[in-house]
Design a protein around this ligand. Structure first.
Ligand code: ACO
Length: 436
């Protein structure tokens, strides 16, 4: 609504200000004029962890955390997961509209023709230790693409950006699959252009000596749905890193690697691996209540639970539960599911979790499904990074095209010493004198 204002009275000097409200926000820079005196820098906001700060305007993903709603470009996640392929959704997220048949075919063809990686990049991967964590290999190799495509630095040119987007969307499954093969000691498998995006990924993961890899359609579809669910999630930790690194006009390969590094942490995308470790540690259904007590005592966190934005059931977790059932029809039920269901049942009834609005998030069930498909837990976060690359690139592109954006550079509240004089080494060890 236009003509909405916030009246602020600064009691320090009894001054009144009128600050415009737009789209439920006030501009932090409007507070700068609020000064206690002529030498005052002006008021800032203090918001560690960005609990209440919108860092951008975005038209990509909408989340209503209280109602458990997630939409890409206005389309509900449930409809996209049911009716689309991952590459169709990737197009939607990156370019703003669902593709026509002709646009989709061109897009698929373009992505398919960017799945190969340079042989030197393959050699680069071979240099990792046999037991290197796949996520570390993934992050480093995506960053290394920057050396293969130096023109990617030309980030202000739309055509160059488009080419790098194709390269990244095309190559991340190849890199991901190679990290997996490397950790198993198997030879790398080249992409197969006759297969779909997800089938080709499975081909590069699991093809052995058979002349042609044929993916199980139910498993390929389940993985495709998981990719759709993970494709974007507005201003999460890794998207924020992508925008921050991209804001310095670094190339998209290093920016994507930085975003993937943020994703790897256990509080973000690394949680899916942690959930499996947790289920292993619990071991059996009867030990769930004791584990919950340790969580409530603050000794440990229930991994795969809780979210900064969702204060309701994560809609993605609901769809993953459904997709996992489709996978179990093929693979048989993962015995860990019993423990997970019991954890969820107890947690959703318990006062500790109810009061804090802690619900299963996207990572709670995905690992159980991935494990049933034959993945080792160390690769789970890499599986997350493949589709999320699309979201990172969409956020990056939007940031570059936004005339209001500049290099990301937060302020701080300085809490250190006032200026003080240098102390020669022989005089140190006593409290330093403070300059007058
Ligand atoms: N287990 C137990 N208690 C929890 C959990 C959890 N998983 N998550 C939050 N809480 C508690 C906190 O201890 C805090 O309690 P308090 O008010 O008594 O201090 C309260 O709930 C609020 O939690 P915060 O940490 O303030 O919430 P925040 O928004 O900062 O953190 C986060 C969100 C990081 C996701 C957190 O819930 C968490 O660590 N979850 C486990 C890790 C996880 O599953 N991460 C994946 C998230 S989804 C994704 O990134 C893809």
């Amino acid at each position: 609504m236009e003509n909405e204002f916030l009246n602020i009275v600064d009691k320090r000097i009894n001054a009144a200000y009128e600050v415009p409200i737009s789209q439920g926000t006030i501009r932090a820079m409007d507070l700068r004029k609020i000064k206690a005196g002529p030498d005052d820098f002006g008021l800032m906001t203090y918001d560690p962890a960005f609990m209440n700060t919108a860092s951008c305007k975005s038209a990509i993903t909408f989340i209503d955390g209280d109602k458990g709603i997630l939409r890409y470009r206005g389309y509900p996640i449930e409809q996209l997961a049911e009716k689309c392929t991952f590459l169709e959704v990737a197009y939607l997220i990156l370019f703003g509209e669902l593709p026509t048949q002709a646009e989709l075919e061109t897009w698929i063809d373009n992505v398919t023709h960017h799945t190969m990686i340079h042989e030197t990049t393959k050699k680069f991967l071979e240099g990792f230790r046999f037991n290197a964590h796949p996520m570390g290999m993934f992050i480093s190799t995506v960053a290394a693409l920057s050396t293969v495509y130096p023109e990617a630095r030309n980030v202000l040119d739309p055509e160059t950006r488009r080419l790098q987007i194709l390269r990244l969307v095309g190559k991340v499954p190849t890199i991901a699959a190679y990290t997996y093969r490397h950790s198993l000691g198997f030879p790398y498998v080249y992409p197969d252009n006759e297969l779909t995006y997800t089938e080709n990924f499975m081909n590069m993961l699991w093809k052995m000596v058979e002349p042609k890899y044929r993916a199980n359609p139910a498993l390929a579809r389940a993985l495709d749905i998981l990719f759709i669910l993970h494709a974007d999630h507005e201003q999460n930790c890794s998207a924020n890193v992508m925008r921050a690194v991209g804001s310095s006009q670094a190339d998209p390969f290093v920016a994507t690697a930085a975003a993937a590094a943020a994703l790897s942490g256990p509080l973000h995308g690394g949680a899916n691996e942690e959930v499996l470790k947790m289920l292993d540690e619990i071991g059996s259904k009867d030990r769930v209540p004791a584990y919950i007590e340790r969580v409530k005592a603050g000794q440990i966190k229930l991994m795969g639970f809780g979210h900064r934005i969702y204060k309701n059931y994560d809609p993605r977790a609901r769809i993953i539960k459904w997709a996992a059932d489709q996978v179990f029809e093929v693979t048989g039920r993962n015995p860990k599911l019993e423990i997970a269901l019991e954890l969820e049942r107890i947690a959703l009834e318990d006062e500790y979790f109810v009061k804090r609005k802690l619900y299963p998030n996207v990572d709670f069930y995905s690992g159980i499904m991935y494990q049933a498909m034959g993945f080792k837990p160390e690769i789970f976060t890499v599986l997350f990074a493949i589709p999320r690359t699309v979201g990172w690139l969409a956020q990056w592109q939007e940031m570059i095209e936004d005339p209001e954006q500049k290099i990301a550079r937060p302020r701080q509240v300085y809490t250190g010493y006032e200026a003080r004089d240098f102390v020669p080494i022989e005089k140190r060890g006593k409290p330093a004198p403070v300059a007058s």
